[in-house]
Design a protein around this ligand. Structure first.
Ligand code: NAP
Length: 233
């Protein structure tokens, strides 16, 4: 099986890359920063020498970047079974106070990236016997919270897209899953004055993805909500 993980160099994306490789899946990793991609690639190929691990640097906030990822991926792989739309950015703030353009920026990275990438890869995904699309939503897809601002709007929209996609692909045998994590230790939380143990580990989110992949063709996990044991922050 082959998987494409967007935003796969750090945090939750990197943990998903890791768990899929552990379980014998070939991987294509996307992010923007080429040095991060190269460093991760040389580390992973040392550990998983028998696996096909490819990567490409593409900015998914633009349609051109999404198109270049589709071309880079297709040049390396003829099939895709698992697509994880994970790339995302989080700029906290209030909608009434944030800089103009903040909403557009997060809609582009958090929603349009998944929308255009999925559309572009669907013909290939439809050829798979085990097509599965994951969209990395958030607790902020379900509830508004102080300082969530436009991030929450973009994640509500991504959950809406995920539900639409699920209905559209039901008869095609393609599974669609929304993952809705609460606070998870990653770069997004850099500098926060809290012990790491108060947040979930990125590995916890990756475990939920892997568990959904393992189900029989008769079952689809439509959504997964995962919170820190002590609740939201
Ligand atoms: N951490 C949390 O508490 C939490 C909770 C709920 C949901 N989420 C969601 O989970 C996903 C991953 O979050 P994270 O906390 O693991 O983030 P992270 O550690 O900041 O990593 C984000 C990843 O996305 C890539 N990326 C960002 N913008 C991109 C773009 N325009 N094009 C391509 N790649 C891009 C980054 O690499 P480059 O910078 O090199 O591009 C990086 O690999 C996001 O969608 C986030 O909204 C996170």
């Amino acid at each position: 099986m082959t998987a494409l993980i967007t935003g796969g160099t750090k945090g939750i994306g990197a943990a998903i890359v890791q768990i899929l490789l552990e379980n014998g899946i070939d991987i294509h990793i996307n992010a923007r920063n080429l040095k991060d991609l190269q460093a991760q690639h040389s580390e992973l190929t040392n550990t998983y020498a028998d696996r096909s691990i490819t990567f490409s640097s593409n900015d998914l906030a633009t349609k051109e970047g999404v198109q270049s990822l589709i071309e880079d991926f297709s040049a390396e792989h003829k099939t895709i079974d698992i697509l994880v739309n994970n790339a995302g950015v989080f700029y906290p703030g209030k909608t009434s106070e944030e800089d103009a353009g903040t909403l557009e920026s997060m809609i582009e990275t958090n929603l349009y990236s998944a929308y255009y990438l999925t559309r572009g890869l669907l013909p290939m995904i439809k050829q798979s016997k085990a097509g599965h699309i994951f969209n990395m939503c958030s607790i902020a897809s379900k509830i508004a919270y102080p300082n969530g601002g436009s991030y929450s709007i973009s994640k509500f929209a991504l959950l809406g897209y995920t539900k639409v996609l699920r209905e559209e692909l039901k008869e095609e045998g393609i599974k669609v899953t929304a993952i809705m994590p609460g606070a998870t230790w990653s770069n997004s939380w850099a500098g926060v004055d809290l012990p790491e143990s108060r947040l979930m580990a990125a590995r916890d989110i990756a475990i939920s993805v892997w568990s959904a992949i393992q189900m029989s063709p008769a079952a689809v996990v439509e959504d997964i909500t995962i919170r820190p044991q002590l609740g939201d922050l």
